[in-house]
Design a protein around this ligand. Structure first.
Ligand code: PLP
Length: 490
C-alpha cells in the first residue's frame, strides 16, 4: 500500500495543524453559544498539515474514473466529452445568481433561453412543443406517460391501462409506466433484434394506452418497420412514446416526429452537453405532437410582443412535475451546445457516433461474439469472447472479467449484462467525441485481453490488478456502502 492510500484519520498526529485561526480577544462574547449546546469533548477530527489535506483530496479524486480521465464506452448511457465552454457559460454569475421567484422583467434572457430551446428541440425532433421541466430521463418518461394518460382521459377513454414495452427496453421504461399506474405488456424482439411486428399485432386493442420505444433501439439497431408499427398502434387508438435519451445517432438525420411518434423525451445530460453519471443534475425535456400540447405540464414560457412570460396553469395540463421549471443550468449548456454546433454539425455528430460504433464492431468481431451482425447506429452488443480460454482447463473468462481487465489498461468498461437478451452482453457506445486514435487504442486493448483470455483466463479472473480496489461485492457496495470513517472506539 502506498503511503497516501492511508485514510486521513490514519495520518493524524495529535496537535498537528494545517491552519490556525487568529486567537479571539474575547471568544465568549463573540460566539455566545449556550453552554448546554457545547460539546464536552472536541470532535475526533484528523489532525494533519495542509499538504496532507491537499494530497488526501487530490489522491481521492484520482481514484475515480471519469470521461475527463479516459475513454468511457458505456452503452445506453452516452458518456461523451462535453465542451468546457458550456460549463463556463453555466457558471456565469448572471445565470447562477438568479432566483426562480424573481420578477419576470429581470430574467427576460433566461426566459428567452427556455423559449428558444422549445423551438430548437422541436426542430431537431419534429415534435411541436417541449416542456423543459422534468429533471431526468426517467422523470421525462413519467411526465410523457402522464400526458398520454391525460390525453386518453380527456376523451373519456379510461379503459387504456396498458403500455407495451419491448424486451430490449431500458429498465426505466417499464419502471416509469408502473409508477404512472399503467401495467406493462412486453413485446418480443425477433432474430434481427427488432420489435417483432407479428408478436405486436395480437397485443393491440382498446386497453392499450400506447407503446414505448426507442429507435435506434437499445441494441443500437434502427427499427425499420417503425412506420408500420406507428400505424398499427395509432389504428388501435394508442400513442407512440419515443425514448430519446441517446439521440446522438439521429441528430440531423431522422426525426422521431416524422417516424410517427407522439410523445418523446430527450436526455440533455447525455446527448446535449451536460456531463452525467453519479446522479448529478439532469434534464429530460418532453416533446409532443400538436394535439397533445395542451396536456404538457406547467409552468411554461410564452412570448408576447417580444416579451416573455411564465404561464402558471392551463386547464388540461398534466400538472406541475418539478419545483419550478427544471434544471436551468443543464438547459443552458444544451442551448449553448446546439447554437455552437448548428444544424450542419449536429448532423455530423450523429454520423460520427454511428461511424465510431461500426468501426469498433467490425474491428473486434474476430475476437468477440457478434450476435447481430447488421450495421448498427451509435452502439452495439457483443455476447462475450469467442475463445474464453476454457480449453486451457481453467474456468473460462466471462464478460465481467473482460470488463474488470479493461480497468487495468485505463479504459472504463462498457455496459455489461444488459440488455438481458444475451447472457454475456457487452454493450459498447464510443460516442462522437472520440478520435480514431482512441478507438484504435481501445481496439488493441480488447484484442490483447482476448489473447490473454485464450492463453490464461486466470489473468482476467484476478483483474483489476492495479486499481485502488479490486472486486467489491457489488450488491453490498450499492446497498450498504461504508462511506464514513469508523474509528475503533465508535
Ligand atoms: C439513461 C437512459 C434513460 C434514463 O435517464 P435518466 O436521466 O438516468 O433517468 C432512459 N432511457 C434510456 C435509453 C437511457 O439511456
Amino acid at each position: 500500500m502506498k503511503y497516501y492510500d492511508r485514510l486521513i484519520f490514519e495520518l493524524s498526529k495529535s496537535g498537528r495543524r494545517a491552519y490556525t485561526l487568529p486567537a479571539s480577544a474575547d471568544p465568549a462574547s463573540r460566539f455566545a453559544i449556550p453552554a448546554g449546546l457545547l460539546r464536552a469533548e472536541a470532535p475526533a477530527l484528523p489532525e494533519v498539515s495542509e499538504v496532507d489535506v491537499v494530497r488526501h483530496y487530490t489522491n481521492l479524486s484520482q481514484m475515480n474514473f471519469g470521461v475527463d480521465t479516459g475513454f468511457y464506452p458505456l452503452g445506453s448511457c452516452t458518456m461523451k466529452y462535453n465542451p468546457k465552454i458550456n460549463e463556463e457559460i453555466a457558471a456565469m454569475p448572471a445565470f447562477q445568481g438568479i432566483h426562480p421567484l424573481q420578477d419576470e422583467s429581470t430574467v427576460q434572457g433566461v426566459l428567452e433561453v427556455y423559449y428558444q430551446m422549445d423551438k430548437a428541440l422541436s426542430a431537431i425532433t419534429g415534435m411541436k412543443h417541449f416542456t423543459l421541466n422534468p429533471c431526468a430521463g426517467a422523470h421525462g418518461e413519467l411526465t410523457g406517460l402522464m400526458v398520454m394518460r391525460s390525453y386518453h382521459a380527456s376523451r373519456g377513454d379510461f379503459a387504456r391501462t396498458k403500455v407495451i414495452v419491448p424486451d430490449s427496453a431500458h429498465g426505466t421504461n417499464p419502471a416509469s409506466a408502473a409508477v404512472c399506474g399503467l401495467s406493462i405488456v412486453e413485446v418480443k424482439s425477433n432474430a434481427s433484434g427488432l420489435v417483432d411486428v407479428e408478436d405486436l399485432k395480437p397485443l393491440l386493442g382498446p386497453d392499450i394506452a400506447g407503446i414505448m420505444m426507442t429507435n435506434p433501439n437499445t441494441l443500437g439497431l434502427f427499427e425499420k418497420d417503425i412506420r408500420e408499427i406507428a400505424s398499427l398502434v395509432h389504428d388501435c387508438g394508442g400513442l407512440l412514446y419515443y425514448d430519446g435519451a441517446n439521440m446522438n445517432p439521429l441528430l440531423g438525420v431522422v426525426r422521431p416526429g416524422d417516424m410517427g411518434f407522439d410523445i418523446m423525451h430527450l436526455n440533455l445530460h447525455k446527448t446535449f452537453s451536460t456531463p452525467h453519471g453519479g446522479g448529478g443534475p439532469g434534464s429530460g425535456p418532453v416533446g409532443v405532437a400538436d394535439r397533445l400540447a395542451e396536456f404538457l405540464p406547467t409552468p411554461k414560457v410564452v412570448e408576447e410582443n417580444g416579451r416573455y412570460r411564465i404561464v402558471g396553469d392551463a386547464p388540461l395540463s398534466a400538472g406541475q412535475v418539478s419545483g419550478y421549471m427544471g434544471n436551468f443550468g443543464v438547459i443552458l449548456r444544451a442551448y449553448a451546445y446546439i447554437l455552437m454546433l448548428g444544424k450542419q454539425h449536429l448532423a455530423l455528430a450523429g454520423k460520427l457516433a454511428t461511424l465510431g460504433a461500426n468501426y469498433i464492431k467490425e474491428s473486434l468481431k474476430d475476437a468477440y461474439k457478434l450476435p447481430i451482425p447488421s450495421v448498427c447506429k451509435h452502439e452495439f452488443v457483443f455476447d462475450g469472447l469467442i475463445d474464453d480460454g476454457s480449453a486451457t482447463g481453467k474456468p473460462g473468462a466471462t464478460t465481467l472479467d473482460v470488463a474488470k481487465r479493461l480497468l487495468d489498461f485505463g479504459f472504463h468498461a462498457p455496459t455489461i449484462y444488459f440488455p438481458l437478451l444475451f447472457h454475456q452482453a457487452l454493450m459498447i457506445e464510443p460516442t462522437e467525441t472520440e478520435s480514431k486514435e482512441t478507438l484504435d487504442a481501445f481496439i488493441d486493448v480488447m484484442h490483447e485481453i482476448a489473447r490473454e483470455a485464450a492463453e490464461d483466463p486466470d489473468i482476467l479472473h484476478g483483474a483489476p490488478h492495479n486499481a485502488p480496489i479490486s472486486r467489491p461485492d457489488e450488491t453490498m457496495a450499492a446497498r450498504r456502502p461504508v462511506l464514513k470513517y469508523q474509528d475503533e472506539l465508535s
